[in-house]
Design a protein around this ligand. Structure first.
Ligand SMILES: [Zn+2]
Length: 187
């Protein structure tokens, strides 16, 4: 993308995406969904991410917060670490990050710090989204870098995965509560 610099002001909203790019976006979002399913298999909130450079995935990540017992093990951070290892630099200029859920404040901050060009989002996050829902950290004009944002790519699949997970979690919690409410010795 050589016209990146002139695009900065217009990219502050939602730039036109060609049909070819839309097809690629869906392809890479599917790869991010595959990562989200890995999180699901571990009993983690199913969020996945891939980072693409010159048409190739260079970093994959999924939410491992409970597995790794650290708040920083979000899908985006894990993918950024891997992509940086591949590129051999903390700067990820020219990269596009695909995430199944809108990034939180920590991940949006890391995306800006890493100077990632474009962020493609599956579904928005009403409780933590910092790509425009609660805050727009990715496009704050006062920072030295702004990222293009495309959202709603395969939104149905991305949100469906999350809602199924939380539904199941509520069911299990209810079961746990019911069994703990039973007096000892009763059946
Ligand atoms: Zn995050």
């Amino acid at each position: 993308m050589d016209n990146r610099k002139e695009d900065i002001s217009s990219s502050a909203v939602f730039p036109e995406i060609s049909a070819e790019q839309q097809k690629l976006d869906r392809r890479f979002m599917r790869a991010a969904l595959t990562q989200a399913k890995k999180a699901l298999d571990k009993g983690e909130v199913p969020i996945g991410c891939v980072i693409v450079y010159e048409g190739r995935i260079i970093g994959r990540g999924y939410n491992r917060r409970n597995t790794d017992r650290t708040t920083i093990a979000h899908a985006e951070i894990n993918a950024i670490k891997k992509a940086s290892r591949v590129i051999g630099d903390w700067r990820l200029e020219g990269c596009t990050l695909y995430c199944t859920l809108e990034p939180c404040q920590m991940c949006a901050g890391a995306i800006v710090q890493a100077r990632i060009d474009r962020v493609v989002i599956g579904t928005l996050s009403p409780k933590a989204g910092c790509a425009g829902t609660l805050l727009n950290i990715l496009q704050n004009p006062d920072f030295n870098h702004q990222a293009q944002i495309t959202d709603g790519v395969m939104a149905g699949e991305c949100s469906e995965l999350l809602s199924r997970f939380f539904k199941e979690l509520r069911r299990l919690n209810k079961l746990k509560k019911t069994s703990s409410e039973m007096p000892a010795g009763s059946d």
